[in-house]
Design a protein around this ligand. Structure first.
Ligand code: B12
Ligand code: SF4
Length: 590
């Protein structure tokens, strides 16, 4: 059937022409389409061929992340020829919700330039991103406007801090699946301004379309994201996930996930796939049905993918689930540990981490052949003087090499932020990340008045960083992890096309060592030891060494910034400065 879409200025009778115009893949759910929204356009059919006239050219842009952040491990990416760790899953999910007769291009500013020609081509620019993209995001809105093109924005930071994005022509706040149809309708009616707000946590993710993986240049990234669920059942006070995605985890269907993986497979992708769930085990009942199917799917295709994800530490309570994840080729899990202090865990409402031996839980996960990376936070109200050393001991006991140790950062919209605001402790501009600040919670954290003296917190924090990222300590944890990481009955070779294969070559290892003169000796010792005692774990140990190419210099940079903040505080205390400008905030008083 040949269908041609034409624009008519006049009001047309309200016929149901949605199926002609919005031929999406898969189709936009019926609830997204209202004939009311389609006035001004009509589908004309003739002949036998299918032809869609392009009615809108959309340029999707993913802003640059700030350079000085923990997760910006571009050095490790370069080692295997990639440019950035992760692809913009939010944008390609939204792309899949747009009508098929809209032409879509994607520019990820972390991997490629945005040119004038790109902007000239576009009728509309859609930008999405998170907090650590804010400076470039806001710059881009102006930049696109200077080219005379309208901008539609969305994504987590827009949803958390819409006031910072008021310069955009359209704002889509919250999960886009339902409200995007309102934006599309408004655009097609000729409206050029609007704010569309999703009802919170109501999106049925089983209706979320297959992300447009075809828009991604796979070789630019270390891994590709797939999302199984949104939301987390826990209540951690500092967490924005439960505010953005809710406390009732919503999962996709098993068929939906396998179809997404199949699409990646069919498009030739091989290698690391990250389940970007807020808490992969949030809905254990459903997950238990997915994992065996995932295993069968992998087996049938000779293991094209290896998986990682994020989960709460209570995953260690469930041997069956760990076994099922092992069988489904999971190799790494990010766990939020946050603090060694039980009282602090209770105060932050992370009760699931209390009343358990965390180190034992982590060691158990290693026994299933999955290494753990973890988050730790310094700066809570209930912390004691001895906190720094306690955290160091705790990290050493767990043998976790990659520890994201940050300062507590009040994220917009969280319970913590609301409490701090009520207590009058939240800094002005706490959610504003200025261009020149360009960091993450490691340098910008404690964007509020702390209970413990800030200087003590910073000194503790610095001590933790100095120890944890000391090459000897890092290599020691690598060696001890290797002893515990049971990869004995796992598949050992990577599929053809997996860029991580480049890391396994001896040249790859030499490049890591050459880049890290200070770490060379302890890393070689660890490498040789693991090669002898647990060669099956070697690939992961090398991977974690590669991450140190970023984490080593990054931690030094953070330590330098913390020193600077401490010096500023000392200066203020000596009375020579009445007002101290802290990195990360507009203005804060000492
Ligand atoms: C995977 C992930 C990462 C990955 C990779 C992300 C990437 N692409 O590079 C890594 C681990 C690198 C990462 C790091 C960080 N992350 Co992160 N991350 C996530 C996570 C878990 C999933 C992201 C995802 O793919 N979601 C799936 C898509 C489908 O969801 P979505 O992006 O929300 O998109 C939907 C809507 O937002 C909307 N939408 C999205 N974009 C657009 C655009 C337009 C135009 C429109 C109309 C709509 C729209 O439509 C989509 C469908 O509903 C989210 C939490 C979450 N559930 O999303 C946190 C999250 C985005 N991260 C967050 C943060 C804070 C960080 C860090 C600062 C964490 C840290 N503590 O260091 C760093 C910063 C990274 C850096 N380089 O500086 C916050 C952001 C808060 C905010 N206000 O912006 C989130 C929300 C939660 C959290 N606390 O971790 N992250
Ligand atoms: S367990 Fe993680 S995702 Fe869940 S509420 Fe706590 S910090 Fe947020």
């Amino acid at each position: 059937m040949r269908s041609v879409v034409r624009s008519f200025p006049a009001r047309l009778p309200s016929v149901n022409i949605a199926s002609f115009i919005f031929d999406t893949n898969p189709p936009i759910p019926a609830y997204c389409l209202s004939p009311e929204g389609l006035r001004g356009n009509v589908a004309v059919t003739s002949g036998t061929e299918t032809h869609m006239a392009i009615t809108c050219r959309v340029l999707m842009v993913y802003p640059k992340f700030v350079p000085n952040s923990f997760w910006n491990y571009t050095e490790a990416c370069e080692l295997v020829g990639a440019k950035y760790p992760a692809a913009p899953l939010g944008l390609i999910t939204v792309a899949a919700m747009l009508p098929n007769n809209w032409d879509i291009r994607l520019v990820d500013r972390n991997t490629e330039p945005l040119t004038d020609a790109d902007l000239d081509w576009a009728d509309l620019v859609m930008i999405g991103g998170m907090l650590n993209q804010q400076p470039d995001f806001i710059y881009l809105i102006d930049h696109v406007h200077r080219h005379g093109k309208p901008v539609c924005v969305g994504g987590p930071d827009v949803s958390s801090s819409p006031h910072l994005y008021s310069g955009a022509d359209f704002q889509v706040i919250g999960e886009a699946e339902e409200i995007i149809s309102h934006f599309i309708s408004a655009w097609m009616r000729g409206e050029r301004k609007g704010v569309f707000i999703a009802e919170k946590f109501k999106i049925d993710v089983t209706q979320s379309p297959m992300p447009r993986y075809d828009l991604i240049k796979f070789d630019h990234y270390l891994f590709i994201g797939v999302q199984y669920s949104r939301g987390c059942p826990f209540t951690c006070e500092f967490c924005d996930i439960i505010e953005l995605y809710g406390r009732v985890p919503r999962t996709k269907t098993n068929d939906q996930i396998l179809a997404e993986l199949q699409a990646l497979y069919d498009q030739g992708y091989r290698g690391h796939v990250d389940f970007v769930d807020d808490n992969f085990i949030g809905n254990k009942k459903n997950l238990r049905t997915l994992l065996p199917r995932l295993k069968a799917w992998l087996e049938e295709r000779d293991y094209p993918f290896e998986f990682s994800t994020e989960a709460s530490v209570n995953i260690a309570d469930d041997d069956n689930l760990l076994q099922a994840m092992k069988d489904a080729n999971f190799f790494g899990i990010f766990v939020g540990i946050e603090s060694p202090d039980p009282e602090t865990l209770v105060q932050m409402k992370k009760k699931q981490n209390t009343r358990r031996n965390i180190a034992e839980c982590i060691h158990k996960i290693y026994g299933y052949g999955m290494f753990v990376t973890a988050g730790f936070i310094v700066g809570f109200d209930t912390e004691k003087v001895s906190m720094g050393q306690a955290m160091i001991d705790f990290i050493e006991e767990t043998n976790i090499p990659v520890c994201m140790v940050g300062l507590l950062y009040a994220l917009p919209g969280t319970q913590l932020t609301r409490r701090l605001a009520m207590e009058g402790r939240l800094h002005e501009g706490y959610d504003l990340m200025k261009v020149e600040q360009a960091g993450d919670q490691c340098t910008l954290g404690c964007n509020f008045d702390t209970k413990r003296p800030l200087r003590d917190i910073l000194v503790d924090y610095k001590a933790v960083l100095e120890h944890v990222f000391n090459p000897l300590a890092y290599a020691g944890r690598l060696s001890r992890l290797a002893v515990m990481l049971d990869r004995s009955d796992r598949r050992h070779d990577l599929p053809d096309g997996d860029i991580r294969k480049r890391l396994g070559s001896i040249e790859g290892v030499h490049r890591i060592m050459r880049a890290l003169p200070e770490a060379r000796e302890p890393f070689w010792i660890a490498f040789v030891e693991v090669a002898k005692t647990n060669p099956n774990a070697l690939r992961y140990i090398v991977m974690l060494m590669a991450l140190y190419m970023h984490l080593g210099p990054f931690s030094k940079n953070v330590i330098g910034e913390i020193d600077r903040r401490i010096a500023q505080l000392d200066e203020a205390n000596r009375g020579s400065a009445a007002e101290v400008v802290m990195p990360g905030f507009c203005v804060s008083t000492a």
